[in-house]
Design a protein around this ligand. Structure first.
Ligand SMILES: [Zn+2]
Length: 241
């Protein structure tokens, strides 16, 4: 028996079998997840393989990442200007750099050594931490703005991840989170044609409803949804109670 991370229900139905992995759908809430869930060590191993092309001097598509990060930060600036901000899963530090340039005291956290080496070399005026959540919690830092883009779908223990975000968020802090949207109208009917369906990298998929439930469980209220008509992505702003 597997317990749903979102609603704690224990009934699932097969969703799709792909590349040797099985996704199931929770009959209680519609959350889609890998069952069995791969070991966290295995997920870190895959993540490191995917990061193999990153060095201190080079990051794939750096110029366009930098440009997109500035555009996103402009949209979110009211929530971090003059405040303490962090990008959790910051990769090469593009969003951290953008938030710093637009007035935040900005930090970035990632477990990838080459990504953080790149970030430190490219953006020496921001603070970067190459460590896991447990170690970072020991710093007892808290923030007014948290950015978490395309991270949660890689982490098997979603409740552990949300507990971490809640622990580093001050009351009233804003959280901007993005993740693929399996409920979006442009997801192909034959879901195996969807490039986001890439097990075991993406270990689960949210809809607006399952993401909102998870946020609420961990003390965040959904404030705003940024709907992209042609991109199957959930982009939400939430507020820590
Ligand atoms: Zn459920």
């Amino acid at each position: 028996m597997t317990t749903c991370s979102i609603c704690a229900g224990d009934r699932q139905t097969p969703y799709v079998h792909h590349d040797g992995y099985d996704y199931v759908t929770c009959l209680g809430c519609g959350f889609v997840f890998l069952d069995p869930m791969p070991d966290p060590e295995r997920l870190v191993q895959i993540y490191n393989q995917d990061e193999a092309s990153i060095t201190a001097g080079s990051y794939p598509k750096a110029a366009s990442r930098k440009r997109r990060a500035i555009l996103r930060a402009m949209k979110l600036m009211p929530y971090f200007f003059g405040r303490d901000a962090i990008d959790v899963g910051c990769g090469g530090g593009f969003v951290v750099n953008a938030m710093r340039r637009l007035g935040a005291r900005a930090s970035g956290l990632d477990i990838s050594a080459p990504a953080i080496a790149y970030a430190r070399a490219a953006f020496p005026r921001a603070a970067f931490y190459e460590e896991d959540f447990k170690v970072f919690l020991g710093r007892e830092q808290q923030f007014d703005f948290l950015h978490s883009s395309e991270v949660i779908e890689h982490i098997g223990d979603v409740n552990g991840y949300m507990r971490f975000l809640a622990a580093i968020a001050r009351p009233g802090a804003r959280l901007f989170m993005t993740t693929p949207d399996i409920g979006h109208r442009v997801v192909p009917d034959t879901v195996t044609d969807w490039d986001m369906l890439s097990p075991p990298r993406h270990v689960h998929f949210f809809t607006e409803s399952t993401l909102e439930t998870l946020l609420n469980t961990h003390g965040f209220d959904l404030v705003k949804r940024y709907y992209k008509k042609n991109a199957p992505t959930l982009q939400v702003l939430a507020r820590k109670r």
